[in-house]
Ligand binder design. Structure first.
Ligand SMILES: NC(=O)c1ccc[n+]([C@@H]2O[C@H](COP(=O)([O-])OP(=O)(O)OC[C@H]3O[C@@H](n4cnc5c(N)ncnc54)[C@H](O)[C@@H]3O)[C@@H](O)[C@H]2O)c1
Ligand SMILES: [Zn+2]
Length: 370
């Protein structure tokens, strides 16, 4: 699979779609998108940073495919995922004289994908959209599965919709311009798939992660495809997170969400960094509760540490703050009936959902965690 394009199908009946993974997909996007179009009009939504590096090849390919297009360029960063930007975005898209058959194209990371996807879900009660994820996090996670959302004053991702794209184009070449810190943060989500359901994948990452992070084509393709395949399978089983299958994808996220909330959802701690530490905490908590063996937890910690991702609360100034963290965990969307839902490991490659993690146990654990 060196440098070739691979296709995966997300099996969701009439909402099913392909994920293409490999190099050069932005420059050939027009020909991939055109057959799906009911009207040869596209509105590309991106951010300023991604626009500089990747918008021109995309619009050139739309021109080459005979697709009329407009581009809307948002400011970069999580702050863009708010109601004010959403309001301006939908006004700007509507000003392009769109119809139901117009295709929205999200070119960017998870921020662009989430706000553009939510716009697609709601504009004219739903127009088609394509995801062209340009961060590793977006390629292995946010662009697949149809969750779209923006943030409100009450919290993150509280206003959104399940709305599937018509196509995902994950261009590995796009990652060449991604800052290393963003690459590592996305890598944490890749590790997550190994930890929840595929010990063999984790073993491979544990040996070959450097190749992935150096963007060696075959290794990168394998990491992205394996991650997308696992997410696609889970989404196909549980599209709207009504069962436990999709909840497994939240491994490391309940702890991680608390860390992000306490550090202000900003540059101090990126989402993937929070997930990395959240996964370490989930392993350590499981060991403490007698659910998982200590060797696996140590192995996970060492791997995450070796990838320059955070493994200790103290490193981000959150040691000795159990009450603040627990309060955030209690506000997590995954709370049901007052008990905290956690995804915990039995071992590397095997995680399960528990709805009755005791607040006292968690508090004691967080109070002692370094
Ligand atoms: N919908 C879902 O299922 C889902 C899942 C996970 C995360 N998310 C959401 O995703 C968001 C985070 O996504 P993200 O980590 O991709 O962040 P992001 O979109 O903010 O991108 C990170 C930074 O990298 C820049 N960038 C993007 N692609 C680049 C490239 N190829 N070269 C250079 N710079 C580039 C961006 O401009 C931004 O500054 C969060 O809002 C989170 O809630 C959604
Ligand atoms: Zn995540």
């Amino acid at each position: 699979m060196n440098g070739t394009i691979e296709t995966l199908r997300v099996e969701l009946d009439e909402r099913g779609y392909d994920i293409l993974v490999g190099p050069g997909l932005i420059a050939t996007a027009g020909e991939h998108i055109r057959p799906l179009m009911r009207r040869k009009q596209a509105v590309v939504v991106t951010d300023e940073i991604v626009a500089k590096a990747h918008l021109k090849p995309l619009t050139d390919s739309l021109d080459a495919a005979g697709i009329a297009h407009h581009s809307i360029i948002l400011p970069p960063g999580e702050g863009t995922k708010d109601l004010a930007h959403f309001g301006r975005l939908v006004d700007d898209v509507l000003a392009c004289n769109i119809e139901r058959g117009t295709m929205l194209v999200a070119l960017g990371g998870g921020v662009v994908g989430d706000i553009c996807g939510f716009a697609a879900a709601t504009l004219l009660r739903g127009i088609d959209f394509v995801q062209i994820p340009t961060t590793l996090l977006a390629q292995v996670d946010s662009s697949v599965g149809g969750k779209t959302a923006i943030n409100t004053a009450a919290g993150k991702n509280l206003l959104g919709a399940f709305y599937q794209p018509r196509l995902v184009l994950a261009d590995s070449g796009a990652l060449a311009t991604l800052p290393r810190r963003e690459l590592l943060a996305g890598y944490a989500e890749t590790v997550k798939y190994g930890l929840i359901a595929d010990a063999g994948f984790f073993d491979w990452l544990d040996g070959d992660a450097r190749k992935v992070l150096e963007l060696e084509p075959a290794a990168l393709n394998r990491a992205v495809i394996t991650s997308c395949r696992m997410k696609a399978e889970i989404v196909a089983r549980d599209e709207r997170e009504t069962g436990d299958a999709r909840a497994l994808l939240n491994f490391g996220h309940t702890f991680g969400h608390a860390l992000e909330a306490e550090t202000g959802f900003g540059d101090a701690l990126l989402h993937g960094e929070a997930v990395a530490l959240g996964m370490v905490l989930a392993f350590d908590f499981a060991v403490r509760m007698g659910l998982c063996n200590g060797q696996d937890a140590t192995r996970v910690r060492r791997h995450i540490e070796a990838m320059d991702l955070p493994t200790e609360l103290g490193a981000i100034g959150l040691a000795g703050k159990p009450d603040a963290l627990l309060a955030h965990m209690g506000k997590d969307k995954k709370v049901r009936d007052g008990t905290i839902t956690l995804i915990l490991p039995r071992r590397i490659g095997d995680a399960f959902v528990t709805r009755d993690a005791g607040a006292q146990d968690l508090r004691a654990f967080l109070a002692e965690a370094a």
